[in-house]
Design a protein. Structure first.
Length: 204
């Protein structure tokens, strides 16, 4: 589950989890995972309680995924469903929106992480996002940055279709009601309901 800030990812991820739990064993993982030592550094940075070089914080976000990659693979091998609230696509979109970092450089540290079978991208205009609770509290929640992030997500969508044809990419209009958005998400992941077999694919 990917999306812009305040697009409703955490709310919708929880609902999707409950829906799928009726028929699957589901593991829900949130990135950044702010509970680990690396995650605590990320949390302090996002709340503007520390300063870090743009490259350093990018690598920490990636390391925060790598420290969980073994768990993700074990869950998949056990036949379970894994849902991630943000993943490497956010890692690229947010970092590459900074003029100091190139798109290709940002992709590199996440090479060979387990690839998802589907990416649900919750799309929302910065104007609508701003009207939702809590917006503007964290470092990246600024209109200009969110606009650039949205553009980069569109580029990632195009590149994913070309290079990772096995990944279902669903861009969902997240400006509707909670139920409307949930219906759209459930429809988008329906093709995966029968289960996935074969080797775990890798990014990118
Ligand atoms: N980041 C992340 C990187 O730069 N690199 C990385 O590698 C990764 C993984 C924190 C930041 O880190 C960046 C991206 C972020 O800037 P985060 O912890 O996921 O990432 O924090 P946020 O994305 O900011 O999470 P938010 O809590 O802001 O947004 P959500 O999860 O999209 O939204 P949610 O579900 O909490 O809802 C927000 C509010 O909107 C309401 C909710 O009730 C809530 O008040 N809402 C709705 N209101 C009306 N209609 C709807 N349909 C609504 N859906 C939700
Ligand atoms: Na969230």
């Amino acid at each position: 589950m990917e999306g812009l800030d305040r697009s409703g990812k955490t709310t919708q991820t929880q609902k999707l989890c409950e829906h799928l739990q009726r028929t699957n064993t589901v593991k829900l993982i949130k990135f950044p995972d702010r509970t680990t030592p690396i995650g605590k550094m990320i949390d302090a940075y996002l709340r503007s309680q520390s300063e870090l070089d743009d490259r350093a914080i990018h690598l920490l976000f990636s390391a925060n995924r790598w420290e969980c990659a073994g768990t993700i693979e074990a869950e998949l091998r056990a036949g379970n469903t894994v849902i991630c609230d943000r993943y490497a696509f956010s890692g690229v979109a947010f970092s590459a929106s900074k003029s100091s970092l190139s798109y290709e450089w940002c992709k590199a540290p996440d090479i060979s992480l387990p690839a998802p079978d589907a990416v649900v991208f919750l799309d929302i205009s910065p104007e609508v996002a701003q009207q939702r609770g809590g917006y503007g509290e964290e470092r990246y929640e600024k209109e200009e940055m969110q606009r650039t992030v949205r553009q980069i997500f569109r580029k990632i969508e195009t590149d994913t279709a070309q290079a990772n044809g096995h990944i279902i990419w669903a861009t969902i209009d997240a400006s509707g009601t909670l139920d409307e958005v949930q219906q759209r998400i459930q429809k988008a992941v329906e093709p995966l309901n029968g289960g996935i077999t074969g080797e775990i694919q890798r990014l990118w």
